[in-house]
Design a protein around this ligand. Structure first.
Ligand SMILES: [Zn+2]
Length: 472
């Protein structure tokens, strides 16, 4: 008996050592081995506009909080693929989502317009036909365009298919036996591996043409992981980390397919997100509730068709409205008209050469807290970032003066943003308050038009309920 117990302890120790090796990155991820991209230097990004063979792979991981990725400073090794892409490309260290709710956030990501200017603020709102979407620009420029998604908030009925030749929810395969989904309210079928299978199918047909492929991954949103990635524990927050590690491997699988088909050396890879996730820091869990840092600070990583010797880290504030102005600038294509965002190429070049450039441009995140009840009075919350500061405003119905609640945080001295400085720094507060108030006065440009109201059919409503949202 004693011997058996000793054996069990030894076996346990071996498992722990193996796990440790895995987590410390000794067992390398596949894409590291298969990556045949040549070495390159940052000045080569200027030549992208002359290339006629450069594809775009846009990987959006839903509900991905920057802080939970190792490359963003997290102590747990949740993200070997993200880490690798950051170490050979560009990582934006302070990147802001424009909302904490998928649909509102994605409308801003695609149009380069802040939520107040897309008008996509409530559950029935669709991105207006008048808005110009990147897929339309790329299609016009001769790219084959495809979107594969599993989140009903980006369904075609909400106007997100503009410019895509193929825009589909991939067929859900039966859930493999080693897969766990810990959220009992969630019944979405399939896994993100279905998206990768769909991407592989797309490459089989169009992989030799020039393409723009958008994949929208949902396993982190679903707290879905496989037994191999069940390494961090069993609390809500641990399971989130498990699913980040699992999704990292799914992305690794997709990039390995690209590598093995010789596509990595002619593709711009974008690792993006739509919003983060809260874990009770201010009494709230999940997302689509607030616009504090937990729900809005997200990753952004660019991978080039070559490997940089050393990854570039952009410390200046960047925003999701800047993503497509940057990509279109790199590709030498016409930009998004009248955008709130702008190309971050100057920031990339400055960061690569150690030059400091101004970091004074504000960033906005916005959520209509009554988004699920279209008839209810407006209850917006807006965050304004500038330099190290974040100002957060909540307005109650009627926006009477006493219905305003405000916070001011200094992320430089208080990284967790716990200490409200609204009384202590009146000058900063008043500057950012004025920006927030002016922001809320904005309206969609005439050429965009009003966000259309979409009547969801029962199937679409059921799909959204399957994601855990309360849809009337
Ligand atoms: Zn989302």
């Amino acid at each position: 008996m004693k011997i058996l117990r000793g054996f069990a302890v030894a076996l346990g120790a071996l498992v722990v050592i193996a796990l440790g090796l895995y987590l410390s990155g000794v067992l390398q991820i596949e894409v590291t081995n298969d990556d045949r991209r040549p070495k390159g230097t940052i000045d080569q990004i200027a030549s992208f506009r002359d290339r006629k063979d450069l594809n775009v792979l846009f990987i959006l991981t839903d509900t991905l909080r920057a802080q939970r990725l190792h490359t963003y400073g997290y102590s747990r090794e949740t993200s070997p693929t993200f880490d690798y892409m950051a170490s050979t490309g560009v990582r934006f260290a302070r990147h802001l989502a424009q909302s904490s709710w998928t649909k509102c956030s994605m409308a801003s990501l695609w149009t380069g317009l802040y939520p107040q200017r897309t008008g996509v603020l409530r559950s029935p709102h669709a991105t207006p036909e008048g808005a110009l979407m990147p897929a339309e620009i790329l299609r016009e420029a001769g790219f084959r365009t495809a979107g594969l998604w599993r989140n009903g908030w980006v369904a075609p009925s909400f106007g997100f298919n503009q410019g895509f030749e193929v825009y589909e929810r991939p067929t859900a395969k039966p859930m493999p036996r080693n897969v766990r989904v810990e959220n009992p309210h969630i019944t979405l079928e399939g896994t993100d591996n279905d998206v990768v299978d769909g991407a592989e199918e797309f490459l089989r047909v169009h992989g030799r043409e020039r393409f723009f492929l958008y994949v929208h991954l949902m396993d982190v949103h679903q707290y879905l992981y496989d037994t191999k990635s069940a390494v961090f524990g069993a609390s809500y927050s641990d399971i989130y980390d498990n699913s980040v590690l699992h999704t990292d491997a799914v992305i690794g699988r997709l990039l390995t397919i690209f590598a093995n088909q010789g596509l990595l050396e002619k593709t711009l890879v974008v690792l993006a997100a739509d919003h983060g996730e809260a874990f009770g820091e201010r009494g709230i869990e999940g997302h689509a509730r607030e616009v504090f840092r937990e729900e809005t600070e997200i990753p952004l990583i660019l991978g080039f068709p070559f490997r940089l010797e050393q990854g570039v880290v952009v410390e200046n504030r960047s925003r999701n409205v800047d993503v497509w102005p940057t990509l279109l600038d790199l590709l030498g294509l016409p930009g998004l008209p009248d955008a709130d965002g702008r190309s971050l190429v100057p920031e990339i070049l400055a960061a690569a050469t150690g030059r400091k450039i101004s970091d004074d441009e504000p960033g906005f995140a916005h959520l209509e807290r009554g988004w699920g009840r279209p008839e209810s009075p407006s209850r917006p919350t807006v965050a304004v970032t500038k330099g190290p500061y974040r100002f957060v405003l909540q307005l109650a119905p009627g926006a009477a003066r006493d219905a305003r609640v405000e916070w001011l945080f200094d992320g430089a001295s208080d990284p967790a943003e716990r200490k409200n400085l609204i009384e202590d720094r009146p000058e900063v507060a008043s500057e950012l308050r004025a920006l927030a108030d002016a922001y809320l006065e904005k309206t969609p440009p005439a050429w965009v038009g009003k966000a259309a109201d979409v009547e969801l059919d029962e199937r679409e409503a059921a799909e959204l309920r399957a994601l855990g949202y309360a849809v009337p």
